[in-house]
Design a binder for this molecule. Structure first.
Ligand SMILES: [Zn+2]
Length: 319
C-alpha cells in the first residue's frame, strides 16, 4: 500500500493571497483544480510522484497536467520534470523541502513539452545540473516564442517568471548519475514521442521513469514519429524495472500491460490511418474514424486522437 501524502503547499497559499477573490475567472482551471493543495505520492524507497490532472492543453490547462517526480538519494535529490510554470515548479520544490533538506543535485527533463519544463526556473537557486537530451536545448530555443505565447494565453498571471532553463548536462546516448545509495541511468531515445525523449532507470527500487514514451489512462500522444514510438515502447519491455512512472497517469507495477496498451492504441491508429490513405479518404475523415475501437479506453480521446492523426497522416501519405 502506498501512502498518499498530502502536502499543503505554502506557495499555494501565497498564490491564493496573490489572487483577489473578486478577480474574474479566465478559464476553467479554478473549478477543476482549486489551488489548495499540491499532493505528492510517496511511492516508497525515496521516490515521490506528483500527479497532474488529465486536462488538455487547450482546455483548462493550468500548467499542472503531467507527472513530476523526485528521487531522494543519500547524497541528494534528483527532480524529474518540473511542471508547466514557475509556480508549479515552486510548489514541487516546496514539497521536496518538506521531505528532505538534502541538496537538489539534478533537474532532469524527459522532453521538451511545455508541461514538463517550465518549472525548471524554480530550481535555479539550488544550482543543480539541468539534464536533458542532446537535442533538448535546440528544441527549447526553436519553440521559445510559440511556448511563451501559449503560456501567456493559457496560464495568464501564472505564466510570469516561467523562463526557459536549458540543460547544462547532455545525454547523448547513456548517462549515469550518482545519488549516493543509488544511481540513475539515463537513456536518450531516437525520435519517438518527440525528438528529445529521455527515460530514467533508478537502481535501488527498480523504478523506470518513462516520460511521455508511456501514457496510462490518458490518450498517448505522438509528435515525433509513430513508428519510432512503437519501437521504443518495445525496447522498454526489456527493462529490469519493478515499477514504472509514466509521463501521465498512475505509477504501476503492471507496466508490461501498460506498455502493451499504449502500443495497441498506436498500432491501431497507424493501421487505420494507412487504410484511410489507401482508400483515398481525407485527413478530416481519418480523424473521425481512426482508432475508433480504442475510444472508450482512453481519456481525452477525441482531441488527442485527432491531433495524432493530424501529425501522422501527412507523413504516412508519402510512405
Ligand atoms: Zn509530452
Amino acid at each position: 500500500m502506498r501512502n498518499l501524502m498530502i502536502i499543503m503547499s505554502v506557495l499555494a497559499l501565497i498564490g491564493c493571497q496573490a489572487v483577489p477573490v473578486n478577480q474574474p475567472v479566465h478559464n476553467a482551471q479554478s473549478s477543476n483544480n482549486p489551488a489548495v493543495a499540491f499532493t505528492v505520492e510517496d511511492v516508497g524507497d525515496g521516490i515521490y510522484v506528483h500527479h497532474g490532472a488529465h486536462l488538455d492543453i487547450d482546455e483548462g490547462y493550468q500548467g499542472d497536467i503531467c507527472n513530476l517526480s523526485f528521487v531522494v538519494g543519500s547524497k541528494g535529490v534528483a527532480v524529474i520534470d518540473t511542471g508547466g510554470s514557475l509556480k508549479v515548479g515552486q510548489q514541487l520544490r516546496e514539497a521536496i523541502r518538506k521531505v528532505t533538506s538534502l541538496p537538489v543535485l539534478y533537474v532532469i527533463n524527459t522532453h521538451v513539452h511545455p508541461d514538463h519544463i517550465y518549472g525548471n526556473a524554480a530550481f535555479l537557486a539550488d544550482a543543480p545540473q539541468f539534464v536533458g537530451h542532446d537535442k533538448l536545448a535546440n528544441a527549447m530555443e526553436t519553440r521559445r516564442e510559440q511556448y511563451q505565447k501559449l503560456n501567456v494565453r493559457l496560464l495568464h498571471a501564472d505564466a510570469a517568471g516561467s523562463e526557459l532553463v536549458k540543460p547544462t548536462m547532455i545525454v547523448k546516448d547513456q548517462l549515469t548519475l550518482d545519488l549516493g545509495d543509488r544511481t540513475l541511468a539515463l537513456t536518450a531515445h531516437p525520435v519517438a514521442h518527440t525528438n528529445t525523449d529521455v527515460s530514467i532507470m533508478e537502481s535501488k527500487a527498480g523504478t523506470l521513469f518513462a516520460g511521455d514514451l508511456l501514457f496510462i489512462e490518458r490518450t498517448p500522444v505522438v509528435e515525433g514519429d509513430i513508428n519510432g514510438l512503437i519501437a521504443e515502447l518495445e525496447k522498454l519491455k526489456a527493462s529490469p524495472a519493478k515499477q514504472v512512472v509514466p509521463g501521465h497517469g498512475p505509477v504501476t507495477r503492471q507496466w508490461l500491460a501498460a506498455l502493451n496498451n499504449a502500443q495497441h492504441y498506436l498500432n491501431t491508429l497507424l493501421t487505420d490511418v494507412r487504410v484511410s490513405i489507401k482508400k483515398g479518404l481525407s485527413m478530416e475523415s481519418a480523424m473521425e474514424s481512426a482508432a475508433a475501437t480504442e475510444k472508450n479506453k482512453w481519456q481525452l480521446f477525441e482531441v488527442a486522437n485527432r491531433r495524432n492523426v493530424n501529425t501522422i497522416y501527412p507523413a504516412l501519405e508519402w510512405e
